[in-house]
Design a binder for this molecule. Structure first.
Ligand code: ATP
Length: 359
């Protein structure tokens, strides 16, 4: 286990004018599970490769276990990596695949056997040890890939989209397995994904990245409750948060076909702005039942998606299409005119220019 420290870490690839990663600052807890999440090209893999030593950082400093690893070769950083393509050696048994790196490092036979047996036990693959990879399912192969990393008993695990080759159901199972495994082993782990649900369910802390810049590093709960800007607010949560640009009119935010009461805290947050960007999560929008609702958004239903335990509807309010989550027993059809409402304290407020959160 180790603390990993990134101080103002940046990367400029040769021949590129832009930084692929800029000013990345993070000090992990010992044994923490940190997820890097963000859209394609935001710099997640580059960050991982810099921690691994596969890519040199061109700015800042990286410390693993208190040691500055600048110039330290990947094999000497005491890390183990699990990647998307877990490329097992097809001609070797599971046991030999798992033992391979230990044999290269000339561990003694008894130690190798002990480590492989223990890792196989933890991963529930003891019965598969003498099989060849072609006789394994996708999930089993992924476990062997994890096993190869575990036997090395590294200070840090680096996992870059390790589940992306698995089907949806297996991904969900495996992500729970990886979380359990982490709890058991307590090894500091960096995990890359572009899937916000995976990030939210796995990370103790999550770094949300965009264009090489960390937008926010926080617990899943804080990212959801207190996103730092419009990007994080829109990226975290499914379906995504709805956004509306509004005029401030005294105690209300208004726009075409909507009128939202602002409570004291929101009025203060808005300050003397005349325009504001409002964010409302789909789960906080409801069909209005009373005429006297303080927040009202009216429009025609464009899409109805019954999902069993809940129903998603899309409603065109002015120029904006809003997504709302309603109860399955509420009967709504395409083309219906509806009014949606939201509790005033559920509104998110952003500056329309800087897109920074105001509350
Ligand atoms: P994805 O989710 O698609 O894997 P990512 O978030 O991991 O994306 P990176 O692969 O780190 O993103 O890429 C970050 C930026 O750096 C991108 O603009 C990419 O084009 C650029 N980049 C990555 N590798 C190189 C390289 N070897 N040389 C030049 N530019 C690169």
């Amino acid at each position: 286990m180790a603390v990993v420290e990134l101080s103002k870490v940046g990367k400029q690839y040769p021949g590129s004018d832009d930084l692929a990663v800029k000013d990345f600052n993070l000090v992990t807890e010992d044994g923490e599970f940190v997820v890097l999440v963000g859209p394609s090209g935001c710099g997640k893999t580059t960050t991982m490769r810099m921690i691994a030593g596969l890519e040199e950082h061109t700015q800042g400093a990286i410390k693993i276990g208190g040691r500055d690893v600048t110039g330290v070769a990947p094999k000497d950083r005491d890390i183990a990596m699990v990647f998307q393509s877990y490329a097992l050696y097809p001609h070797m048994t599971v046991r030999d695949n798992m033992a391979f790196s230990l044999k290269l490092k000339k561990y003694d036979k008894a130690d190798i056997k002990k480590r492989v047996d223990e890792a196989a036990e933890v991963l529930g693959i003891t019965a598969l040890l003498e099989r060849k990879p072609r006789a394994l399912s996708g999930g089993q192969r992924q476990r062997v890939a994890l096993g190869r990393a575990i036997v090395r008993q590294p200070q840090v695990f680096l996992m870059d989209e390790p589940l992306s080759n698995l089907d949806a159901k297996l991904r969900v199972d495996m992500r729970a397995e990886i979380v359990k495994l982490h709890r058991k082993l307590g090894v500091t782990t960096f995990y890359v994904t572009h899937d916000q649900t995976e990030a939210m369910t796995m990370g103790q802390r999550i770094a949300v990245m965009k264009d090489g810049i960390v937008q926010q590093i926080d617990s899943p709960n804080n990212l959801y409750q207190r996103p730092s800007n419009v990007f994080v607010a829109g990226f975290i949560g499914t379906p995504s948060m709805n956004f509306l640009d509004a005029d401030i009119d005294g105690e209300r935010a208004t726009g075409t076909s909507f009128e939202l009461a602002l409570d004291e805290a929101h009025r203060q947050a808005a300050g003397d702005r005349s325009r504001i960007r409002i964010g409302i999560r789909p789960e906080h929008l409801h069909l209005a039942s009373a005429d006297d609702s303080r927040c009202r958004l009216s429009g025609a239903v464009e899409v109805v998606e019954p999902l069993g335990s809940l129903t998603m509807i899309q409603v065109k309010v002015g120029e904006t299409t809003l997504t709302a989550q309603i109860e399955p027993h509420q009967q709504v059809a395409m083309g219906d005119d509806v009014t949606l409402t939201c509790a005033p304290d559920k509104l998110y407020l952003f500056d329309p220019e800087s897109e920074a959160a105001l509350i």
